[in-house]
Write a protein that binds this ligand. Sequence first.
Ligand code: ADE
Length: 233
Amino acid sequence: MTIGIIGAMREEITPLLEFYKEYERIEAAGNTFYKVNYKQVHIIIAYSKIGKVHAAITASIMIATFGCEQLIFSGVAGGLTKKLKVGDLVLATSLCQHDVDISAFGHALGFIPEGKLFYESDSKLHNLALQVAKNIGLNIYEGIVASGDQFIASQEKKDFITKEFGAVAVEMEGASVACVCDNFKIPCCIFRSISDSADGEANVSFDEFLESSAKVSANFVTKLINEIVADLS
Ligand code: ADE
């Protein structure tokens, strides 16, 4: 079994590389992939660089070149609901692209013909993640995550994304990874720990909490990997 773990930024995968310690570096498609042999699985780790295009390239290479059979995204997000505080962990139930707009042709915002408005996370991985959270007594927040090539830092944009898509968190990659996985028929699961509230202070909060929140998500993903491995035997 080969599992891919993607982050968008270096800070989002550094805790994973520190945890697994030994890895091989492989260059492909303008990116560095880190191959870890862990128990009876292989893990491919990479940061894609920010945005949906970069994340889609990384996800595709992980599947098509490295043979990943499951993809997990680990990183940070802006919280759209007051219930989410910095450091809280969000598990995406489904993901959408909040910046897609071909409504001039009568399509719903976020919808691309022959694509999907919402890409679901894999139910088996999702349930396994909930089980892990329960086992370690961690409160995990489930909801729709919206992705777009924009850093959201205003109440107006927050309100739009919340009302239009019912999203609880916003980031810049998850939906593209979920879309790639849907097309390749590969299970995927997206984790995000809150770094900011996507408001006027979001840039300051992001800079302050990127590292600590990235660690929350990465730590959880290492525990999920253990559960996936245990489930194999
Ligand atoms: N990732 C973390 N915070 C974000 C925000 N406010 N907007 C988009 N992506 C984010």
